[in-house]
Design a protein around this ligand. Structure first.
Ligand SMILES: [Zn+2]
Length: 238
């Protein structure tokens, strides 16, 4: 972990967290509902990009500072670990996207296609640039296969256990698989396992605290992302 890169990551993360605030606010709606385009307090339109608060009454779009601090923490870890490497941009992109997706998933239990699908060409392009820069075509092929493998695994699990995993989880798993397998097959396996382990632990804790029942589904996206992040930070490559 490089302290200077980590500090740079925290600074960039604060800005990136503010930048995603209006998108998270806009997309934090129930499945099928129209995007949120007005202030919940004064109903003034909030369609301005990159806004962090209502232009009329000044109300913050979402809980103040949470996105900024989460993004700062994630980018501090990602840049502290991968800063200076050719793949750091790809991982930083996934980190910021991951915070936005986790926030929306926690708020409304969905992972919008509007964010997951365009992320595929962007992430693949960033990894392709990294592959060219590091003369490592094999890593790019492995990343593509890993994305297919993890997305496919989630697809099978979703078919076996309907209602537990949604289409958004499958698409997010493909993205996580790309990044994890770029770092190596062991990282992919550890990341996939950690996602399920974290989710199981938290589900058990919530069950014990009687906050949920056996039949209530919890958002899986944050665990998938958290497991992937832990595996990537601890990964030792192929
Ligand atoms: Zn307002």
């Amino acid at each position: 972990m490089n302290a200077i890169w980590a500090a740079a990551g925290a600074a960039v993360g604060l800005l990136a967290g503010a930048a995603i605030r209006s998108t998270v606010f806009r997309l934090s709606v129930a499945n099928g509902d129209p995007q949120r385009t007005s202030c919940p307090r004064c109903t003034a339109p909030t369609s301005r990009r990159l806004a962090v608060r209502c232009g009329e009454c000044g109300r913050s779009l979402g809980t103040p500072l949470t996105l900024e601090l989460c993004t700062a923490a994630v980018l501090a870890l990602v840049l502290g670990r991968f800063g200076g490497q050719s793949d750091v941009l790809a991982f930083a992109f996934l980190g910021v996207l991951g915070v936005a997706l986790a926030a929306i998933d926690i708020a409304v239990k969905r992972l919008p296609d509007l964010l997951t699908l365009p992320a595929y060409p962007i992430l693949i392009a960033l990894l392709a640039v990294a592959a060219i820069a590091s003369h490592d075509g094999a890593a790019l092929v492995r990343a593509l296969l890993g994305g297919l493998a993890l997305g496919g695994t989630y697809l099978i699990l979703a078919l076996l256990r309907p209602g537990q995993l949604g289409g958004g989880d499958i698409k997010l798993a493909g993205l996580a698989g790309l990044a994890l397998a770029w770092l190596g097959w062991p990282t992919l396996i550890v990341g996939a396992f950690l996602g399920f382990a974290l989710s199981a632990l938290v589900s058990l804790a919530l069950l014990a605290a009687r906050r949920v029942t056996l039949h209530s589904a919890i958002s899986f996206g944050p665990f998938l992302l958290g497991g992937a992040l832990l595996a990537m930070l601890g990964g030792h490559g192929t």
